[in-house]
Design a protein around this ligand. Structure first.
Ligand code: GLN
Length: 551
């Protein structure tokens, strides 16, 4: 029987509910339990695909092409399981479903209401994740207890325990215990109020996780235990951690997984915890004494969450090489003014991430060119590949006005263009290529050596492609196509053979990197950046050494 953990949050947003849920997921996995996760988001957008990154951070893409909340990235990185679009549901998605059913007549003429129809749909979305091979489903409820939009979700999860039985559900509530300087002490009142609010919806938490900047004393735990009516050991102190990857270990020290298992009637003695793998990851983080400086050239550099998975993938590669990653957030629009400055000269590597729309594109093309001409290791992701191709077209092929049709509909040289299924250039429309696609790698290329594979699957989210009509011209200028899409032959990866590491991919490999298994393209980028930092470049990377083997 699959068991369910519901994680709610109170007092404030941004307390790290997603990371707490993910960390619990990791601990349960360390006990040999099979875990999956879902995020319920109370906002009305059907999915975050249409949201501005400034609003909502990165859109995380799943293998099946789901455009989902960035917390799913944490889930995948922590529980090491590929999720799909079913792991994210929003109010918008749920209402669309209910309204579609109403239009079809599925409700047989009854009045359609929030309770039971919307709440049933919410419960169905959660229940759908239960399976014979899943022991625990962790459900994160987005938003904060007390929000208007969250009410149907709280009602649904309240009913859930009645539906599946007491022992099959655990309610975890995350709150803030602030330190008031003037009073010189930590305060439990916000937690009490938050739990009262939760109870007013009929939910009594089984576990209370208290976020704070200082550890919570035994006395304070006793107080919370008494006033919120949870056992002492179910009051978990979650102090700010040095790295997000330390959180599972911190929660383990507080005994959180044991309390959750007991609430769920899982015999914790029959599932002993093995933390060694995760501890190795955390030890590697602590061992980094050197750093490399990576310029991240983007449009949304004021909101690092817009590039969350890119940053984590860089860090994972850093763990592998034992180096810290010092990110220089470079606004794409500034690059053209920065090319001859110290700031650029200090970069050991450059990442050009994905993006949509014209703003900052010329700066990204300038960054690709700078990296190429100054032999700075560089990795282009999706739009990053496209600007690399534009750079080669303009500056090596002599096609001065080469551009992507996305930014210049009248360009004489649309080296990046919309493609239809038959690989013909199309004028308008063009749907997004979303989710996992297979790429066949070109043997002998740096990319093929890095992946140590012939066919690789990466996740996509873009409309435009390298225009096949220009492939030959680009190749004659020295650009090597290191991988093509297996079915239609679209260009998936490019590289320059006589550059230490100048690689672009049409996909978003950052989504598949894991703390203990860095993505090969990021791993090689950081390897090359490290060589540059240590003055060992310009040598070509020796990819035949075992650096290329997956760790
Ligand atoms: N805007 C580009 C396209 O649609 C790239 C998208 C991206 O970087 N994710 O093709």
């Amino acid at each position: 029987m699959t068991k369910f953990v519901f994680v709610t949050g109170g007092v404030s947003s941004s307390l790290g509910k997603g990371l707490t849920a993910s960390s619990l997921g990791r601990l349960l996995r360390c006990r040999g339990l099979a875990v999956t996760m879902i995020k319920l988001d109370p906002y009305i957008n059907v999915d975050p695909g249409t949201m501005n990154p400034y609003e909502h951070g990165e859109v995380f893409v799943t293998d099946d092409g789901g455009e989902t909340d960035l917390d799913l990235g944490h889930y995948e990185r922590f529980i090491d399981r590929d999720l799909n679009r079913d792991s994210n549901a929003t109010t918008g998605k749920i209402y669309s479903q209910v309204i579609a059913k109403e239009r079809r007549g599925d409700y047989l003429g009854r009045t359609v209401q929030v309770i039971p129809h919307v709440t049933d749909e919410i419960k169905e979305r959660v229940r759908r994740l239960a399976a014979d091979d899943i022991d625990v489903v962790i459900v994160e409820v987005g938003g904060t207890v007390g929000d208007i939009e969250i009410i149907p979700f709280l009602e649904a999860i309240r009913q859930f325990r009645r539906d599946v039985g007491r022992d099959n559900v655990c309610y975890v509530h995350l709150t803030l215990v602030p330190y008031l300087g003037a009073a010189g002490e930590q305060k439990t009142k916000p937690t009490q109020h938050s739990v009262t609010e939760l109870r007013s919806r009929g939910i009594q938490p089984d576990v209370i996780v208290c976020r704070s900047d200082q550890p919570i004393s035994e006395g304070l735990k006793r107080k919370i235990s008494l006033l919120c009516d949870v056992p002492m050991e179910a009051v978990i102190s979650a102090v700010d951690a040095p790295s997000i990857y330390d959180i599972p270990l911190a929660l383990y020290d507080e005994g959180m997984d044991t309390v959750v298992c007991r609430t769920l009637a899982i015999d914790d003695a029959a599932h002993p915890v093995d933390l060694t793998g995760w501890q190795r990851v955390v030890e590697r983080i602590a061992q980094t004494d050197r750093t490399v400086r990576i310029g991240l050239v983007g449009k949304y550099v004021n909101l690092p969450d817009a590039y969350l998975s890119v940053v984590e993938a860089l860090r994972h590669a850093g763990f592998h090489h034992g180096v810290g990653i010092d990110i220089d957030w470079i606004p794409a629009e500034d690059v053209e003014q920065l090319v001859d400055t110290e700031r650029m000269a200090h970069l050991d590597g450059i990442v050009i991430p994905g993006g949509f729309g014209e703003r900052g594109v010329e700066g990204k093309i300038a960054a690709a060119r700078y990296a190429r001409e100054h032999r700075v290791p560089a990795l282009g992701l999706c739009l990053g590949l496209q600007v690399m191709v534009i750079d080669v077209a303009r500056h090596l092929c002599g096609l001065a006005d080469a551009n992507s049709r996305e930014f210049d509909t009248a360009t004489r040289h649309p080296v990046i263009d919309l493609m239809d299924e038959q690989q013909n250039v199309v004028d308008m429309g063009g749907t997004m290529r979303l989710g996992a696609y297979a790429a066949r790698l070109t043997p002998g290329t740096k990319v093929a050596k890095a992946y140590a594979d012939e066919v690789v699957y990466e996740r996509h989210r873009h409309r435009y492609e390298v225009n096949p009509r220009y492939r030959r011209v680009l190749e004659e200028a020295g650009l090597v196509c290191s991988g093509v899409e297996a079915k239609r032959g679209l260009v998936e990866l490019v590289e320059l053979p006589d550059h230490p590491w100048w690689v672009g991919t049409q996909a978003h490999p950052e989504f598949k990197s894991r703390p203990d298994r860095p993505h090969p393209l990021f791993r090689e980028l950081i390897g090359a950046a490290l060589e540059r930092a240590e003055g060992r470049l310009p040598h070509l990377l020796d990819l035949d050494s075992d650096v290329g083997a997956a760790s």
